[in-house]
Ligand binder design. Structure first.
Ligand SMILES: N[C@@H](CCC(=O)N[C@@H](CS)C(=O)NCC(=O)O)C(=O)O
Length: 233
């Protein structure tokens, strides 16, 4: 069935930016964006919780040609879905038993689970949890693990090819690229190879559109922000 409309619930530079990037790659500007003020706690409103009980962005509403609307709640699923839904854009090796498809899925999910998990722990223990709940050991553990284990794996790939899966840009770059940029905000991924990677990615018009609002994001929520009392992990 054909997709009739797409609507992204988004907050600048967060995980919804990965999906916004892929949306710009596949449909240009032909999708709706609803900004969710996550520092003001809009994601905990009854209306938003009906859409996403996990109180988070992104949410992607997909309206099908029969008029039904479906909500997707996981950024990696959205990225994969969109790349496959618009095969003419060449963002993913076709879903078949191939080395390229296996490698693409491996890297997309390495970004969305393994890298993301470490960055999220650093983020909440450095910036989001109430001070009494922050654990410096968790931050130290994941900073060390990211630098010692993740960075060399990425660097080896990026030294062999401009993109995370080799010579061709794929939707896996939208996830890994977002995580690399996130990591750099924490002083990780500082080697030249990562700078080169982001410089290559940032030349894409879809990247420019997706991150045009990124400066509106601050790592630290304002002191009086509602999220400081509402956030539950
Ligand atoms: N599994 C989700 C995680 C989404 C997520 O945690 N989003 C954060 C922003 S990056 C959020 O909206 N947090 C708000 C909150 O939990 O209060 C995905 O990757 O799509």
């Amino acid at each position: 069935m054909n997709i009739k409309a797409l609507k992204l619930h988004h907050y600048p530079a967060t995980r919804s930016a990965r999906v916004k990037w892929v949306l710009h790659e596949v449909v240009g500007d032909a999708f709706e964006v609803a900004r969710v003020e996550i520092y003001e706690g809009t994601q905990y409103s009854e209306e938003f919780l009906r859409l996403n009980p996990n109180h988070s962005v992104p949410v992607l509403e997909v309206t099908w040609e029969d008029g039904n609307t479906q909500s997707m709640l996981e950024s990696a699923a959205m990225v994969c879905f969109l790349a496959d839904a618009y095969p003419d854009k060449g963002l993913a090796p076709p879903p078949s038993a191939s080395f390229e498809r296996a490698d693409y899925l491996q890297m997309l999910h390495f970004g969305s689970t393994w890298m993301d998990m470490m960055l999220w722990q650093i983020r909440i223990h450095e910036h989001v949890l109430p001070t009494r709940e922050r654990d410096p050991r968790t931050v130290a553990r994941y900073r060390m693990k990211f630098a010692k284990e993740v960075e060399p794996q990425l660097a080896e790939r990026l030294e062999a090819g401009a993109y995370i899966c080799g010579k061709v840009f794929t939707a896996a770059d939208c996830v890994v690229g977002h995580c690399v940029s996130w990591a750099r905000a924490y002083g990780l991924c500082q080697d030249d190879v990562f700078q080169r990677y982001l410089s290559t990615l940032s030349k894409r018009p879809a990247f420019v559109s997706a991150f045009a609002d990124a400066r509106q994001f601050s790592l630290e929520p304002p002191q009086d922000a509602a999220i400081n009392t509402l956030f539950i992990g």
